[in-house]
Design a protein around this ligand. Structure first.
Ligand SMILES: Nc1nc2c(c(=O)[nH]1)N=C([C@H](O)[C@@H](O)CO)CN2
Length: 119
């Protein structure tokens, strides 16, 4: 199995469980590892056969920026579902971080894996 990855993708959203969080936008940071067979793209040097990380990034940013969940867990599921269904990715690992949410921590967030990981 090969991986196409996107690291430290940033997008702003309404996100949070507290009242004060419902009227502001906060920056979220996302890492994605996407299972893909890169050999057909490499053999043909063809973007049509590649998993286009620019297209995935753009779609994920648009999803996050249009969202208004309370929990990171809910947003992570939504992003995972759209990447699996719209891009034909069989498996992914997604880390969604909310920097600054806990002052004493560098970072907090959720890490999920969805789909079936190919051999
Ligand atoms: N597991 C989670 N814990 C917490 C979340 C969350 O989304 N998932 N959110 C909050 C608050 O919104 C917090 O980020 C405000 O600083 C607390 N815990």
């Amino acid at each position: 199995m090969d991986i196409v990855f996107i690291r430290e993708l940033r997008a702003d959203a309404v996100i949070g469980v507290y009242d004060w969080e419902r009227s502001i936008r906060q920056t979220l940071v996302l890492d994605l590892e996407l299972a893909w067979d890169n050999r057909p793209a490499a053999a043909g040097d063809a973007i049509e056969r590649a998993l286009d990380y620019a297209a995935v990034s753009s779609r994920v940013i648009s999803c996050i920026e249009g969202s208004s969940f309370r929990l990171l867990e809910s947003l992570a599921e939504e992003v995972a579902e759209l990447v699996l269904s719209e891009f034909g990715v069989p498996w992914l690992r997604l880390r969604l971080c909310k920097p600054g949410a806990v002052l004493q921590a560098r970072d907090v967030g959720v890490l999920i894996e969805r789909g079936n990981r190919p051999e």
